[in-house]
Design a binder for this molecule. Sequence first.
Ligand code: HPA
Length: 273
Amino acid sequence: MEYITKINEATAYINEKLEGKRPLCGIILGSGLGGLADVIENQTIIPYSSIPHFSQSTALGHKGNLIGGFLGGKFIIAMQGRFHYYEGYGMDQVTLPVRVMKKLGISYLFVSNAAGGVNRDFKVGDLMIIKDHINLMPNPLMGKNMDEFGPRFPDMTRPYDLNLIKMAELIASKLGITLKKGVYLAGTGPTYETPAEYSFFGRIGADAVGMSTVPEVIVARHSNIPVFGMSVITNEAHDFAEDFVNDGNDVIIAANKAAEKMTRLITTMMSEL
Ligand code: HPA
């Protein structure tokens, strides 16, 4: 079956569930950050397993629901859990939901993730606005260009929307939330980084590292959707000598703890969009 047919069938199914309401914003909730979904009002919960051509969420801390409802008074659609390349899905499967959200009519895409702090000033629990990224995964736009979504050679000068970043900074200062800002580097995972890799990523300009987000951002930017990205720092880069182990469960616990801060920030941003 052609990819565009899959996109259209998934879109039609979701549109029917949402009774034709157009979401202003799509929100992708990363590992341990699904808690934001609890404050969405008037929820329509659509399990991924029921949506034609959607994959299953197998990753730790990912629930696998698409949720329509109101956040900050705006009708939005949230993905409680995403699809990762390391799960064995192709990039077309990883980014299918973004194409579908475009077809559903979103005006903004908000993405979030749990990430390792590469910048030595970053501490566990910090929130980082993503101002730019480094893609070390395969590019999801490889292959025949989907002209109806965007150009063959998309511009990436401003991958993250400057107005949304300004808005987040203003709101965070009003709410008393401290924000870091930095560059997110996406690798394939599923291994965490070696000490030498953390050090290398720092040298090439990364402040945080993770295994997601960038594929979705590239596909969103292809079709000119303004993007806002946020990383929760769940662990800190470590040196070789340290007695330290990176553990997926600790990452989820740290993300859960910071989720409340992120939820307040994003909810207020929605109310001002
Ligand atoms: N590396 C890659 N992905 C991650 C990390 C990390 O240190 N922490 C959370 N996701």
